[in-house]
Design a protein around this ligand. Sequence first.
Ligand code: HEC
Length: 204
Amino acid sequence: MPTVWNAVDFVTTDSTRTALVQRSYGVAATVKPDGRWNNAGANPVCVTVRPAKVLGSVLVILVLGLAARPRSHPPGDDADPSAGLSSQATVPAPVMSTVRRACFDCHSNETRWPWYSKMPLASWLVERDVTAGRGQINFSNWARYNAFDRADMLDKVCDVAFSRRMPPRPYRMLHSEARLSDTDVAELCAWSRQEAARLMENKS
Ligand code: HEC
C-alpha cells in the first residue's frame, strides 16, 4: 500500500540522518518521498505520532504541576484591625453585616476562601477577583484612604449596589447569601450618603 503523505509535521533526527515524520492516523511514517532511505539501504525510522496522546500527556503534566504548586492565597497587606471600616467609621450593624457578607470576600483582607479556590484554574480566577477587588476598595485598609477618597468610594458603593453591578453576577450565583435585597441596598445607601456627607464636612 503506498504511503499517503497527507501532512508533514516535523523533522526528526537520529544519530545519522534526518527523516520527515508524518502525522500518523495509524499509518507509520515510512520513507522520504525522494527515496533516499532506500538508496542508503537502511531501514527507515518509523515514528508514529498520535497528537491526542501527546496533548493528553501535556495536559496531565500541566494539571499535576498546578495542583502540586504550594497553595498560598494573596494575603491582605495590612493586618491591623484598627484600620478596618468598623473601627474607622460608625456603621450600623445591619449595614456592616450586609457589607461583610456581600463584599468582604473581595474587598477586605477577611476573604473566606472557598474550597474550589484551591483548585487549579478556579484558584486563579478567584484570586484575580480578590486582587482586583482589593485594589479598588479594601475595607480593611479604610484608615489609609483620605476623606475625599472615602467619600468617593462610598458614593460608588451605593451606586454599584443599587444597580446590582456588585457583587458580580457569577459570585452571586455561587453565594446566595451575598444577594442584596432592596432593604439591604436602601440601608447601605442611606448610611453611605450620610457618611460621605459627614466626611466632606469634617474632612476627617
Ligand atoms: C467576587 C468578588 C467581588 C465581590 C463579592 C464584590 N466585588 Fe466589588 N469589585 C470586584 C472587582 C474584581 C472589581 C474591579 C473590577 C470592576 O470594577 O468590575 C470591583 C470593583 C468595585 C467597585 C469600583 C467600581 C468602579 O466603577 O469604580 C466598587 C465601588 C465595588 N466593587 C463595590 C462592591 C460592593 C459594595 C460589594 C458588595 C455589595 C462588592 N463590590 C462585592 C469584585 C467584587
